[in-house]
Design a protein around this ligand. Structure first.
Ligand SMILES: [Mg+2]
Length: 300
């Protein structure tokens, strides 16, 4: 780590900068101890475990080491356009054997949140793709509501590739008539091979503007998705680590949830962006092999 090398440089006169360096090294040492003791690890997926369809170095070794050491782990994504079963298949295609219960999509987290919040038998008006409907309605106490049929208890908004003005109108009317407004996430854009395309956040913003109501947001950077993940494994935030590649999403959410936060440098955010963003992970580690080394106390 660059920070370690900086303090290893020897006989510098004690000055303010040196104190700052020592303080931050103490914090990093403390963070390493917390990582070693952590009972649950929550991972973002894209940019952390894989990039596109390619697994990143060390992912299999790390997941195996967690299982061997009886640490719980969850993979948490803002995406609601694929079901946990589809993620299991995607990961299996990369040679990673992950149980379905270890995957928490924003769709499933939204469902679990609504089960807590709404009476059984509630109707939901959904703006989203078929995978989201499956996650919200398969084996749940909810039923889908079409516009004009009945007043829904909640409007659930996510990325919808066939979003229309009529859907915006229906969602607006339902919220103005008292429906709860829930967003799976507020990602402004989505990276694709064709470049950035509008994400769920652009659709959620349209509904928020038209209805005059701010949504309850499940996904990162809000803490709810990570809180649901920890609830599933029965581990308190103080005993858990969030490992992500995006400062403005994974790290903010982990900090808000009260978890130890680790930025890995295999995805979107760089070390240089930390100060300008003003978002501080507890640790910055280059990649998953560095996470494993830190966890087993093997770092250089
Ligand atoms: Mg990511």
């Amino acid at each position: 780590m660059a920070g370690d090398q900086a303090t290893g440089s020897g006989d510098l006169a004690v000055d303010v900068a040196a104190h700052a360096e020592v303080a931050s090294d103490d914090a990093a040492a403390n963070a390493r101890l917390r990582l070693r003791a952590a009972r649950a690890f929550v991972f973002d997926m894209d940019g952390v475990l894989y990039r596109g369809a390619t697994p990143l170095a060390g992912v299999g070794d790390l997941l195996n080491a967690l299982e061997l050491r009886e640490r719980r782990y969850m993979l948490a994504t803002n995406n609601s356009m694929a079901t946990p079963a589809e993620y299991v298949a995607k990961l299996a295609g990369m040679g990673l054997d992950v149980p379905e219960e270890a995957i928490l999509t924003a769709g499933i987290a939204t469902r679990d949140y609504l089960v807590e919040q709404l009476p059984a038998g509630s109707g939901l008006f959904v703006i989203g793709m078929p995978a989201l409907r499956e996650q919200l309605f398969d084996g749940t106490p909810f039923h889908p509501v079409q516009f004009g049929e009945e007043q829904p208890a909640a409007v659930v908004a996510a990325l919808d590739l066939v979003f229309t003005y009529d859907k915006l109108k229906a969602a607006t009317a339902a919220i103005r008539s008292g429906a709860r407004f829930i967003a799976t996430n507020t990602d402004a854009t989505l990276p694709t091979e064709a470049g950035l395309v509008p994400g769920a956040g652009s659709i959620v913003a349209a509904i928020a503007v038209a209805s005059g109501v701010k949504p309850t947001v499940v996904g990162k950077p809000e803490p709810l998705l990570l809180e649901q993940a920890l609830h599933r494994v029965g581990v308190a935030p103080a005993d858990a680590v969030m490992i992500g590649d995006r400062l403005d999403s994974d790290i903010v959410a982990g900090n808000r949830a009260g978890m130890l936060t680790v930025l890995v440098l295999t995805g979107v955010s760089t070390r240089e962006e930390i100060a300008s963003a003003g978002i501080w992970p507890d640790l910055v580690l280059t990649d998953l092999p560095a996470v494993l080394d830190t966890m087993i106390g093997n770092e250089a």
